[in-house]
Structures are given as structure tokens and as C-alpha cells.
Design a protein around this ligand. Structure first.
Ligand SMILES: *[C@@H]1O[C@H](CO)[C@@H](O)[C@H](O)[C@H]1NC(C)=O
Ligand SMILES: *[C@@H]1O[C@H](CO)[C@@H](O)[C@H](O)[C@H]1NC(C)=O
Ligand SMILES: *[C@@H]1O[C@H](CO)[C@@H](O)[C@H](O)[C@H]1NC(C)=O
Ligand SMILES: *[C@@H]1O[C@H](CO)[C@@H](O)[C@H](O)[C@H]1NC(C)=O
Ligand SMILES: *[C@@H]1O[C@H](CO)[C@@H](O)[C@H](O)[C@H]1NC(C)=O
Ligand SMILES: *[C@@H]1O[C@H](CO)[C@@H](O)[C@H](O)[C@H]1NC(C)=O
Ligand SMILES: *[C@@H]1O[C@H](CO)[C@@H](O)[C@H](O)[C@H]1NC(C)=O
Length: 919
């Protein structure tokens, strides 16, 4: 608690970074009571205070001025001479001088003059400032004994008295003249001193001075002074309070005789009890080393910094002075404005102390001698280190996306220097430049806190996702702090965490055109933190970027997938399209969370079956998803020897003729239907399905519908109604044509441009009706009815029957004759052709020729040669002979008009040649 700064033999104030330069060359303290350098007389001491604003540098040197001599006051000299000095960490300096100290010009123990020189150095001697202070104090109310306990010395003075009036505790002895006083000792001065430790040790004055003791006489008083902890002082506990005791017998020369006087000082070095709120200071009520009889305490005073306080001030400050049975007790609340707080960081941990310097003054009177003792203790107190671990108060509202915190509480002497983020140290200025808004907030008591705001978006904020939707923001910090002015560094770590459900997941959209899937992935808030997986052959695999055309920008990436790509599956096959699907999955890395998926299925046009009029059929079989183990290579047609012309792992391509490979044929409404079936006939697949595995029999029907239409070039394009849509349908055309041959040889035919063909009456007309293009020998063309009309419209009247129910009309003057058909270079299937001839005739009414042209019409039927039924029994195989020669209605023909295989054909106009009109 007793401390002075020692440096180079002078008192040096270590003050750092002190602003405010004192520039006036001389200074008159009394005229500037608030000017920074002040001196006051406080009873038996003088106090000089130097405000920190006056300091210009880091060093302060104080010297005493004794006339023209400048005596630098070293700590040893100060303690010996009654000077004490204390600077707080910021450079506020107090100097106490005992009025009985060295270099104080003492006039009759009543007026005291002191001159002090303050010299301040900056860095280097260029910044040197010097102030002279002189002060005069008047004090004459000396008690017979005065004891002064300052921080670095104990002083006792006593009135030099005649033996008749001894003071309390003093024993004035008549010394025997055998103790010869050297002549050099002047009158009224000290010869030698016996120190009681409690053993006795004798020193002459010069030796005592050399040992560091002060011993002098003033006009009326004997003054002795000792620093603490000297070889000739000792410690003693008094009423539980440790005290340092300085006890001597002084031999001094009076005018006529040698006098011996016992003097003692005893100063407390302890007696403190601390709590967080109160400092309690105990001083023994009876300081036994100083008294020899009962005493009466006449006065008690409490003061601060050497200055007495009145009762009002004490109440204001909540100071208490009380006397108990054994002690005088002073209580001071921690933090009163008379003291100061200071920050410390032992082992980098934040602590504070509070320092205050109370004073206790007692005046007591000895019962026996009635002599008074004034006892004065200046007692600087610093509390032990009080830990004040800083608190981090988080004010973060996650929705605001900013970490918001307060760090505190610190004393005014703490500065925030820097903040260490996960890997980076930023100064406060850099933090603010980055937008972290570091601010210092001061309380009225000058304590402070620091606030900081860090946006979640800054890269110093660490993030992780405990689940797909949540982001945890994490901010580890270390605050780098500094205690001024010592520049003691310390730090405080903090970890902030906030979680927010703010993840925007990536989304997938897609569409199709005729050939491709177009898939677009919109990145979510986490950017490209995922793997794009595609379902391939039943398991997920990562998107093959080589395989598909890929485009990417900041917000999206998109891929184009052909519908036949390896990562698609076929769900379903229709006659003219295939339903294909692609499956995507976005997997977060590294947690493998499913972020989103898309299953996109579209119909893509694909002609599964093509039926050509020459009887060739091509069919494609595709592997569909539901048939897991299908190997297209092993597909066959009904006839298992008919294998794919080409196959791979997803397709089989067949090409075959309708006459082959087990193709069946049926008639259906206006169509002739050929059907075959593509199926899995390989033994392994049968084996698997028997075992109950998920391998349903793969069956795929190939159908060709041939529309029966006599019009040569019309292609059939509509799908028949009520068909099983799963069957692959092919359509083709079957055409029946009727031509007029020039000769019975049926080699030459009239062409379309030859019409109207002219014929003489009764000249034979050779007709041929042919099923075109088909090579199917199982079809027979049968002419059911043929008739002639005047007009192109086959339903007009009058009409004349030529063939009725597949036989020649019996009632025919111009007899109808069938001609056999045999195979030759042109005729491959004779059953597909029927030939007949009639003789040219005209329609007459009342012997008048109605018109000189006719049209011939037939209803032909395509028959299944394997079934002989009705008309299809063959051309006139079952002749019916009951037809009327001239029908007035078309009812009979109408009845058959809806027949499945009926073909309606007509000739072009045939003209009656004029020249043969009469024949
Ligand atoms: C201070 O006092 C000393 C000694 O008396 C003297 O030499 C010096 O000039 C004085 N300085 C000022 C600034 O008055
Ligand atoms: C102070 O100066 C006076 C003469 O001016 C001298 O007698 C005295 O011894 C000096 N004091 C000290 C302590 O040097
Ligand atoms: C200063 O005031 C603040 C706020 O009232 C308080 O938290 C802090 O402890 C005070 N500081 C001291 C040293 O008393
Ligand atoms: C940050 O501040 C601490 C504490 O004051 C200090 O020890 C450290 O050197 C500083 N770091 C940087 C890089 O300035
Ligand atoms: C990125 O591409 C998507 C479509 O793929 C488009 O909608 C979006 O506008 C593009 N964004 C930019 C920044 O080019
Ligand atoms: C039948 O016609 C198709 C298409 O015109 C042709 O590709 C095919 O070779 C023909 N088949 C035969 C046996 O002539
Ligand atoms: C037969 O062909 C004609 C002429 O091209 C057409 O108008 C008619 O609809 C076709 N018949 C059928 C049943 O499609």
C-alpha cells in the first residue's frame, strides 16, 4: 500500500499519452486555485496537487528549493525529510509535506515557507516544463506531541520542555555529565539517539541521518522521523491491527545540560476489511506503544487526502466514523467519488480496484500528565483485485439478420482495440469501415460498454445447416482490449449463435417438346450446394454433364435431355407415342438431404408401327419401366423365329411381311385387321416370371388396319374407334379398282384420259375388278352386284342389273359372261381379280333412247378364303336366281352397303357410238 516510484534517484511519474501542454513559463498557484497546480495548508501538513492536464510527458521530478539550492527529492530523502508523493495512473499527483520537514523555512514554529520545483520531461529533453511553487503556511496549535503517519514515513515531534513539565509518555532525564557531550554539538541540538527495537541501539546524529532517519530540532520542538521497515523499527499487533513502531530515546543538549527524551510513533499498516461494497478500516482505540496511562479521546476527525470532512460531507458520501470498545472504525463505500477505480488484467482476466486515501485524526489527553497527543494517519487504501468478468449481452433478433451485442461493463480506462473474427483481426476502425457499427456507450458513472453489429451476410459469420430449412449463424469473436495508460492488453472471447429458418430451397421446373425434356433448376439461397441426381436404371446417379447440353447462369442451370436418353424411362407405349419420364433429385452435400425433386413425364410422338400397302410392316418395341428384366434382344413375333432386325437395351425393331411370322387377319367394320404380337419368349424370362418376380409377361400387339376403299390414292389416317389403345396400331390402304379392257385378252386397258370410251351397240365391254397391291393369297375378291345406270350416281334410276348376288343376271338380253383369271406375269393372285363382259346397250323408254351413255357399278367383297359363307362362298358358287331385272329401288344394295369388306367401284362413262346405233 505504501508505494512511491523510484527511478534514477529522483521521483518519476510515469504518465503516458497525456494531452494538454502547459506552456506558461511561470505559475502562481494561489491565483489559480483551479488551475491544475494547487497548494493548500492542512494543519500540520501542506498539500500540493498537480492535475494530470499539466503533465507534458512521462516523467516528473520534484525538487526542494532551499534558498538557491535545488535539492532533488529521492524517495529515501523524501521519507527521511517528511515528503510523500503519490500519482494516480493518469498523472494526477499529490505531494504531502510535513511542516516540520526538511527545507521548510520555519519561523518560530508558526510560519512555514516552502518552495518546490516541479519539472516535467517529455520524450527527450526538448519538452521540458518547469514550475516553481512556493507556499506559506501558518500553524501554531501544536499539541505537546504530534504524531504523523504518512505513506512513507512516521514522524513524531514533541515540545522541548523543562524537566518540570514532562509530556505524556516522555521521560526527561537528567543525564550525568559523565556522558560527555562533544563540544561540536551545538546548543539545542541532538547528540545521539538510542533506538528501541526493543533492544537498544545507539547512534550519534550523523550516523542516524546516514541510516535514513530524520532527527532535528525546531525552535520549540524535537522532531524524529523514520521510514517504515527500518532496521531499528519493529512491527507489533495492537488490538489486532498490525502497526509499525518507531521508538527512541533522544539525547540533546540544552543550554546548561543534557536532556534525554523518549519519543515514539506507531502507525497502522493494516486493519482493513473489504467487501464488494464497503471498506472498513480499524485503528486501535488505545495505541499502546504510545501511551502509559489511561487517555481520553477529545476529538476524532475523518478526512480524505489529508483534508478534514465535516459531518454534512461525510453523510453525503456515506462515510462513517465510529468508536468501539477497542477501535476507531472508519467505513467507506467502495466507489465514492473521492477515490478512483482502476482496471487491471492479471493473467489477461479483467479486474478492477478502487483506491481512496482516508485520513484519521485523533486528539487524546493522558489522564496522568494531562498532555495532549495529536495523532494523524494518512492511509491510502486500494481494494484487492475484484474480478469483473465482462458480459456479452446478445440483443440479436434473428429476423433482422444482424448479430447485435453489448460487451461490458468496463471502466473508463479500457479501450476496445480490435476484434478477432474466425480468422481475421480487424481494428475498430476497420470494423466500422466494414459496417459493423462498433460504438462505445458511457454511463453517468463513466463506466462504458461497447456495442457491435455484424450482419449475418458478412463472411466472418460462419454458417451451417442443422436441417434443410434452417441456417445456424455462428460468430466467434475475441475482443482485444487495452487498459490505459499502462497499455495492458487483455481479451474477452464471445460466441454468438442465431438460427433462422431462412433457407430457400432450389426448385426444379421442366417442360417438353416433341423430342426433349427441358429442365431448369433455380438455385436456392444456398447456391450450388447440391448434387443433381438422375434416376438411371432404378438407382440415382449424378448428372452426367458430358451427356446433356447444360447451361448455367447465376440463378439457374438448365439441361436438355432427349427423351431416348439413358436417364429416361418409358412408362407407357401408345400407337403413335411413347410416354417417357425423367426423374431428378437435388441432394444437398454433404448431408445428403433431399432438397427437391422432379418427375417429369411427357408424351413424345413415336410411330410404333408402320404398315405399307405392299404388306411390309415395321414395328418398334420399347422396354417399359414396369417390365424390369426385359431384354429387347429376346423379343420375338408370334412366330418365335421372327427376331428383331435390330435391338439394343431399350429398343427392338421388327420388319416383317403380313404373310409371315404368324400374322393373323380379321375383318372389322370397314377394316381388315392384321395382327401379330411381340412378346418375350426367351426361356429365362419365363423362368423369372414363374418365380413370381416382378416381370409380367411382356406382350405388345402389332396391328395393321387396312381401310377398304376403292379410291386409289386415299390414305387412311384416323384411328378406328373402340380400339384397345395399348395395341400398337398401324394403318394402310387396300384399293380395289375397276378397269375396262380393250380386248378379251385383258392385256390392254383404257386409261383415265380415254373416258368417255365409245362402243357400238352390242359390242362387248370387258370389265376387270382388281384388289390392288395386296399379296395376301387368303383374300378373294367377289363381285356381289354389278349394274348399269344412265348417270354417274350409282343410286339413280333407271338401272340395269348385270350381276346379282355374285351371279350373272338371268334376265339379261345382253348376257353377262364371267371370264376366268389365271396367273401370269401381271396376275400374282388370281383370286384378287374378277373379269366379266356385257354387250353394249342403251336405256330406252317407249323405244326411244333415253341417253347415249351408261355407267357400270359394282359392289365387290373381300372375302376370307378360309371361311366360306354367303357371298364369300365364291363367285356364283351358290347361285340365286330370283333377282328382278330392273329394280326401282336401291334397297338391296343399301342393305349391304355397311358390310365390312364391301368395296364400291364404278366405271367411267361409256358412250354408244352413233354409227352403230342401228346394229
Ligand atoms: C525556480 O526557482 C529556481 C531556484 O530559485 C530558479 O533558479 C528558477 O529560475 C525558477 N524558475 C522559474 C520558472 O521561476
Ligand atoms: C538550507 O539552506 C540553509 C541556508 O540557506 C542552510 O543553513 C541549511 O542547512 C539548508 N538546509 C539543508 C537541509 O540543506
Ligand atoms: C456504472 O453504472 C453502470 C450502469 O448503472 C453499472 O452497471 C456499473 O456497474 C457502474 N460501474 C461502477 C464501477 O460502479
Ligand atoms: C488486438 O488486441 C489485443 C489486445 O489488446 C492485442 O494483444 C493484439 O496484439 C491486437 N492484435 C492486433 C493484430 O492488433
Ligand atoms: C438465367 O437463366 C434463366 C433460365 O434458364 C432465366 O430465366 C434467368 O433470367 C437467367 N438469369 C440471368 C441473370 O441471366
Ligand atoms: C414395301 O414398301 C416399303 C415402303 O415403300 C419398302 O421399304 C419395302 O422394301 C417394300 N417391301 C417389299 C417386300 O417390297
Ligand atoms: C374412300 O375414298 C373416298 C374418296 O377418296 C372417300 O371420300 C371416302 O371417305 C373413303 N371411304 C372411307 C370409308 O373412308
Amino acid at each position: 500500500m505504501m508505494h512511491v516510484f523510484l527511478c534514477l534517484g529522483t521521483w518519476i511519474l510515469l504518465a503516458v499519452a497525456v494531452s494538454g501542454v502547459f506552456q506558461r513559463p511561470s505559475f502562481k498557484p494561489s491565483s489559480h486555485p483551479d488551475g491544475g497546480l494547487r497548494s493548500e495548508c492542512l494543519w500540520n501538513i501542506m498539500r500540493l496537487t498537480l492535475d494530470k492536464t499539466l503533465a507534458v510527458g512521462s516523467q516528473l521530478e520534484i525538487s526542494a528549493i532551499n534558498g538557491t539550492d535545488i535539492i532533488p527529492l529521492s524517495p529515501t530523502l523524501a521519507a527521511q525529510c517528511g515528503y510523500s508523493m503519490e500519482s494516480d495512473p493518469w498523472g494526477n499527483t499529490k505531494v504531502f509535506v510535513s511542516l516540520l520537514g526538511c527545507y521548510v523555512a520555519n519561523q518560530a514554529d508558526a510560519t512555514f515557507n516552502l518552495g518546490l520545483r516541479f519539472r516535467m520531461y517529455g520524450d527527450g529533453l526538448s519538452k521540458q516544463v518547469q514550475h516553481n511553487v512556493t507556499e506559506t503556511c501558518r500553524y501554531s496549535r501544536w499539541a505537546s506531541r504530534e504524531i504523523l503517519c504518512d505513506r512513507n514515513y512516521m514522524e513524531v515531534s514533541t515540545l522541548m520542555v523543562t524537566p518540570e513539565v514532562p509530556t505524556d509518555g516522555q521521560k526527561v532525564q537528567e543525564a550525568s555529565w559523565q556522558d560527555a557531550i562533544p563540544d561540536t554539538v551545538a546548543a539545542n541540538s541532538i547528540w545521539k539517539i538510542t533506538f528501541h527495537t526493543p533492544d537498544s541501539k545507539v547512534m550519534v546524529l550523523k550516523d542516524a541521518h546516514r541510516a535514513g532517519y530524520g532527527a532535528t530540532t525546531t525552535p520549540t520542538r524535537l522532531v524524529l522521523r523514520s521510514p517504515y521497515n527500518m532496521a531499528e523499527t519493529y512491527s507489533e499487533e495492537v488490538a489486532g491491527v498490525p502497526m509499525e513502531v518507531f521508538s527512541v530515546s533522544t539525547y540533546y543538549k540544552q543550554i546548561r545540560r543534557l536532556a534525554i527524551m523518549d519519543l515514539a510513533a506507531a502507525c497502522p499498516t493494516g486493519g482493513l476489511v473489504f467487501t464488494d461494497e464497503v471498506i472498513t478500516w480499524h485503528v486501535p482505540r488505545r495505541i499502546t506503544p504510545l501511551i502509559s496511562s489511561a487517555v481520553k479521546i477529545l476529538e476524532t476527525h475523518m478526512g480524505i487526502d489529508g483534508q478534514r470532512l465535516d459531518k454534512t460531507m461525510m453523510a453525503t458520501r456515506r462515510y462513517k466514523l465510529s468508536i468501539t470498545e477497542s477501535h476507531v472504525v472508519i467505513e467507506l463505500p467502495v466507489g465514492s467519488p473521492d477515490g478512483y477505480y482502476k482496471s487491471h488484467a492479471p493473467d489477461y482476466a479483467y479486474h478492477i480496484t478502487y483506491t481512496v486515501e482516508p485520513m484519521l485524526e485523533l486528539l487524546w489527553r493522558a489522564d496522568d500528565t494531562q498532555a495532549d497527543t495529536r495523532y494523524k494517519v494518512l492511509f491510502p487504501i486500494t481494494t484487492p483485485l475484484m474480478p469483473r468478468p465482462p458480459h456479452v449481452i446478445g440483443n440479436t433478433v434473428p429476423e433482422h439478420k444482424v448479430f447485435d451485442l453489448l460487451l461490458g461493463t468496463f471502466l473508463h480506462d479500457v479501450e476496445l482495440l480490435n476484434i478477432t473474427f474466425s480468422a481475421k483481426v480487424l481494428t475498430v476502425a476497420e470494423c466500422n469501415a466494414r459496417g459493423f457499427d462498433v460504438q462505445e456507450h458511457r454511463f453517468a458513472n463513466s463506466s462504458k460498454t461497447f456495442s457491435l453489429q455484424v450482419p449475418f451476410s458478412d463472411e466472418v459469420v460462419l454458417k451451417h445447416n442443422p436441417d434443410p430449412m434452417t441456417t445456424v449463424y455462428f460468430l466467434p469473436l475475441v475482443f482485444g482490449l487495452l487498459i490505459l495508460p499502462e497499455q495492458t492488453p487483455f481479451s474477452h472471447p464471445a460466441e454468438l449463435e442465431a438460427s433462422l429458418e431462412d433457407v430457400v430451397l432450389p426448385t426444379i421446373t421442366g417442360f417438353c417438346d416433341q423430342e426433349h425434356f427441358y429442365i431448369s433448376v433455380k438455385y436456392g439461397s444456398q447456391g450450388a450446394n447440391f448434387q443433381t441426381m438422375m434416376l438411371h436404371a432404378g438407382s440415382w446417379r449424378e448428372l452426367d454433364t458430358e451427356l446433356y447440353s447444360l447451361s448455367d447462369n447465376r440463378t439457374h442451370f438448365s439441361i436438355v435431355v432427349p427423351f431416348t436418353a439413358p436417364d429416361t424411362v418409358f412408362e407407357m407405349v401408345q400407337s403413335d407415342s411413347v410416354r417417357a419420364r425423367v426423374d431428378l433429385l437435388l441432394l444437398e452435400t454433404p448431408n445428403m438431404w433431399k432438397l427437391n425433386d422432379l418427375s417429369l413425364a411427357c408424351y413424345f410422338p413415336l410411330t410404333m408401327t408402320e404398315c405399307y400397302s405392299n404388306g411390309t410392316v415395321t414395328a418398334i418395341a420399347v422396354k417399359v419401366e414396369s417390365v424390369i428384366n426385359l431384354n429387347p434382344e429376346y423379343l420375338t413375333l408370334s412366330d418365335q423365329s421372327c427376331k428383331p432386325a435390330f435391338s439394343n437395351d431399350r429398343f427392338a425393331f421388327f420388319s416383317f411381311n403380313l404373310n409371315s411370322c404368324g400374322t393373323t387377319r380379321t375383318f372389322f367394320d370397314n377394316f381388315m385387321v392384321y395382327e401379330n404380337e411381340i412378346a418375350m419368349h426367351h426361356s429365362t424370362s419365363k423362368h423369372q416370371s414363374r418365380k413370381g418376380l416382378i416381370n409380367p409377361e411382356y406382350r405388345h400387339t402389332v396391328s395393321c388396319y387396312y381401310l377398304l376403299n376403292h379410291t386409289e390414292t386415299m390414305a387412311f389416317r384416323t384411328r378406328p374407334r373402340n380400339q384397345d389403345l395399348k395395341a400398337a396400331l398401324g394403318v394402310g390402304q387396300l384399293v380395289v379398282q375397276m378397269r375396262l379392257a380393250q380386248e378379251v385378252s385383258y392385256d390392254l386397258f383404257y386409261q383415265t384420259e380415254d373416258y368417255p370410251v365409245a362402243k357400238y351397240l352390242r359390242q362387248p365391254l370387258y370389265f376387270e375388278v382388281e384388289l390392288m397391291q395386296s399379296t395376301d393369297p387368303r383374300i378373294e375378291l367377289v363381285l356381289e352386284n354389278c349394274w348399269a345406270t344412265l348417270h354417274e350416281d350409282r343410286t339413280t334410276l333407271p338401272s340395269w342389273d348385270l350381276i346379282v348376288d355374285s351371279c350373272e343376271s338371268l334376265d339379261d338380253r345382253y348376257v353377262t359372261v364371267f371370264h376366268p383369271v389365271v396367273a401370269d406375269s401381271r396376275v400374282h393372285v388370281p383370286a384378287h381379280i374378277k373379269r366379266f363382259s356385257v354387250k353394249m346397250f342403251t336405256f330406252t323408254r317407249d323405244e326411244n333412247v333415253l341417253k347415249d351413255q351408261i355407267f357400270v357399278h359394282c359392289d365387290a367383297v373381300l372375302c376370307d378364303t378360309t371361311k366360306h359363307d354367303g357371298i364369300c362362298s365364291g363367285q356364283c358358287a351358290n347361285p340365286l336366281r330370283n333377282a328382278k331385272p330392273l329394280r326401282q329401288t336401291g334397297s338391296k344394295r343399301d342393305r349391304r352397303a355397311a358390310d365390312a369388306s364391301q368395296q364400291q367401284i364404278s366405271s367411267g362413262p361409256i358412250l354408244l357410238s352413233d354409227s352403230s346405233n342401228f346394229v
